[in-house]
Design a protein around this ligand. Sequence first.
Ligand code: SAM
Length: 276
Amino acid sequence: MNADDLPKLRDELEAHGLWANKGLGQHFLLDLNISRRIARVAGDLAGRAVIEVGPGPGGLTRALLEAGAVVTAIEKDARFLPLLEPLIAWSEGRLRIVHGDALQADEAALLNGSRAAIISNLPYNVGTPLLVKWLKADAWRGDMTLMFQKEVAERIVAKPGSDAYGRLAVLAQAQCACRLEFVVPSRAFTPPPKIASAIVRLTDLAMPYADLDALERVTAAAFGQRRKMLRSALRALTPNAEALLLKAGLPPTARAEEIDQTGFRALADAWRANAA
Ligand code: SAM
C-alpha cells in the first residue's frame, strides 16, 4: 500500500472547498515526506494501535496507515470527515474516525482496553493541555510522538538552569524520557504559522512519578515566581516553606530553575506528607 496512489491533499482540500480555520489551530502538512518521517520516528507501527488527534485533511493519517498502524483519529472540525472517509476503505478498515474534542475524549473507552501510541501534529492552542492530560493517563497510553510549536517542544525537553526549564519540563520528564527529534520549518505548513514546529518523542520511564497532581502543585508555586528563592516562592503553597524545603533536603535559598527532577520529586513527596 502506497499513499502516493491517493489523490493529492491539496487537490482534496480544493475539491471539498476547505480552508484552514485558525481558531482550531489548523496548519496542514501537505508534504507526505515529512509525515512519513514523523511516522518513522514513532518506530515500527505495523499492527499497532495509534491515537491521532486532529487528522485534518489526513496527511499524517495517510503516513500512519501506510506504515501499518490501526488508527483512531479524533477530529473536532466536522468539515474534514467526508474527506477522511475514503481512507477507511483504502486502509481496509484500519481507520476509525471520531468526531469530537480530544480534550473531552475518553481514550480508554475508545480503545476498549487496548494500549495505544499517540502520534499527532497537535493543534497549537490545545497542545499543552492535551500533553498534561496524557501524562496523567493510565495504562492505555503508550509512547507519544507529538508535534508542538518549537518553543513548547524546547520547554518539554529543557534541563535545569536553562530559560526554557519550567513546569512542563518537570511534569513531562517525571513520566517520560523526552527527546526533540527534528524541527519542521513553518514554510512546510499550509498556511504557514508564525513560528517553526518540532517533533518530540516521549517514552515512558521505568520509574515514573506516581502523583503528578502533587508535582503540579509544587511546580506551580515554585515557578510561579521563578526569580525568587524557593523559601519565598513556596509561601504560595504553605506558610512553612522553610520546613518543607528542609524536609525535601533542598536549600531554602535555591531558585526553582536550579532544582532537578529528583529535587522536585522530593519536594512533592514532602508536600504530600504535610498535606496528609
Ligand atoms: N494532522 C493534520 C496535518 O498534519 O496536516 C492537521 C494538523 S492541524 C495543526 C490540527 C488539527 O487538529 C486540525 O485538523 C484541527 O481541526 C484539529 N483540532 C483542533 N482542536 C481540536 C480538538 N480539541 N480536538 C480534536 N481535534 C482538534
